[in-house]
Write a protein that binds this ligand. Structure first.
Ligand code: FAD
Length: 420
């Protein structure tokens, strides 16, 4: 699509938030265009066919809080098959490397940790979620590993108020064809200018001027849905500058989570949808889904400083680490039976710069600051702006819908009925 010289509403970013905003404005009568830097829509939602029989979500994979998740209804409308089985994250297949009695103790300590965090979140002053750990507990490194999966960082960098603000209904579903494929299908009819990198949003004049790698256009209003690190590191500039937005984005940095999928020979020897933790005595360890959906593969998930180190160690380091942990658990024979198919490096991805946002201690309030409109012309969405479903795809989508409603209120038009 070549760029028009002007639109009513420009939306920056075609991830779940940008597509959610565009879909909500579909019947508004306004001329809407999404400007997207990549060659594809979906952003951090991205499904690849890693092998003939292996579908791999490089980014989001789980419909968290599934009974309240707006993508669950969208999946039904778009005829994406949903798997409602509960994930086995609290289990360890065949108790390998994690005997049941030890696992029971860990789960007891984990539940107590959550209870302590809930109490700490009620204190007037915010603090790191690390304060919820029981001093000297042998389970602290493993609880910290969970933090790197949930928040993308270790507990010393997590606001306890933000940690507890997340609304988890404890139902987590998946779509067989991939969450990224679902988000892309949801946005299939949205007008998007791809390969269009926005570098400047100039809101000093009567209309907003947007400079992009494909030329310049003007817009009446703009919805910004960029990842927080893109705003905090000023990869995109505002004129006049918006120091409050940059500061809020910096208070909500992107943690890191990375994934790998390994092809598996003779898969039938392992259970479908099994789960294993790579180790139980350290934070730098992976969590592994065995044969997701019955596919002949093992999917590894890594977070925090450990994932960052593996990215920095170079192409293939993440897969090698996963193979070593799998072999350590399942036996030397597996070295010949697994082979890397695909993996992510989200910190190195220039249009993401990380995986999902996490409020630093003292910064839980930054989500509302980032979400607030500026002068009735600039609007902000994206996972980091959702107050309870931050760090998720459905939170991102819903935030886009919220920003679209704000736009409609500011243009004094009635909100259009939801697009199907
Ligand atoms: C490994 C991993 C696992 C995850 N697991 C889950 C999960 O299981 N469940 C879940 O719900 N969520 C999960 N998430 C989080 C979820 O993917 C994100 O929260 C969500 O997709 C973010 O959507 P968004 O629209 O806010 O941002 P994005 O998807 O990042 O969209 C922003 C868009 O802006 C574009 N952009 C950036 N810079 C520019 C520029 N200068 N000009 C124009 N466009 C630009 C980007 O290319 C991108 O398309 C996971 C994420 C990762 C990385």
């Amino acid at each position: 699509m070549s760029l028009p010289s002007e639109v009513d509403i420009a939306i920056i970013g075609a991830g779940a938030a940008g597509l959610g905003a565009a879909r909500a404005l579909e019947n508004s009568g306004l001329n809407v265009l999404v400007l997207e830097a990549r060659y594809r829509v979906g952003g951090r939602a991205h499904t690849v066919i890693a092998a003939e029989n292996v579908t791999f979500d490089v980014g989001c994979g789980w419909l968290h809080s599934a009974d309240k998740n707006s993508f669950a209804a969208i999946a039904k409308q778009l005829r994406f098959e949903i798997d409602q089985k509960r994930p086995r994250w609290r289990e360890q297949t065949q108790a390998i490397g994690f005997p049941d009695e030890l696992r029971a103790k860990f789960l007891e300590e984990l539940d107590a940790f959550w209870d302590r965090c809930e109490a700490l979140a009620q204190e007037p002053k915010d603090m790191p979620a690390e304060r919820g750990l029981q001093q000297g507990s042998r389970w602290n490194p493993l609880i910290n590993a969970l933090s790197t999966y949930i928040s993308g960082v270790e507990l010393d960098r997590v606001s306890v108020k933000d940690f507890i603000a997340y609304a988890d209904t404890e139902l987590n579903w998946r779509v067989r064809r991939g969450y990224g494929a679902l988000v892309a299908a949801y946005g299939a009819k949205v007008p998007v200018a791809l390969n269009t990198v926005v570098s400047l949003i100039d809101h000093s004049g009567q209309r907003v001027r947007i400079e992009t790698s494909q030329g310049t256009l003007t817009s009446g209003k703009v919805i910004v849905t960029l990842p927080t690190d893109v705003i905090a590191k000023q990869k995109i500039r505002f004129r006049p500058e918006l120091p409050a937005k940059v500061a809020a984005a910096a208070g909500l940095p992107l943690g890191l989570a990375d994934k790998v999928t390994l092809a598996l020979d003779k898969p039938d020897e392992l259970p479908v949808d099994g789960h294993m933790r790579g180790a139980i005595d350290r934070t730098g360890t992976g969590t592994y889904q065995l044969r997701p959906f019955g596919q002949p593969c093992i999917e590894g998930f890594f977070g925090g400083a450990h994932a960052r180190n593996l990215e920095e160690a170079g192409e293939g380091a993440l897969a090698q680490f996963a193979i070593d942990e799998v072999v350590n658990l399942l036996g030397a024979d597996f070295r010949k039976r697994v082979r890397p198919l695909a993996s992510s490096r989200w910190a190195l991805d220039e249009f993401a710069l990380g995986s999902y946002s996490c409020a630093l201690p003292g910064h839980a309030g930054d989500r509302a600051v980032l979400a607030a409109p500026v002068d009735g012309r600039l609007f902000f969405a994206g996972e980091a702006t959702h107050l309870t479903w931050f760090s998720t795809a459905h939170g991102a989508r819903d935030s886009g819908e919220r920003a679209a409603k704000e736009v409609m209120a500011a243009t004094q038009r009635p909100t259009p009925s939801p697009a199907t």
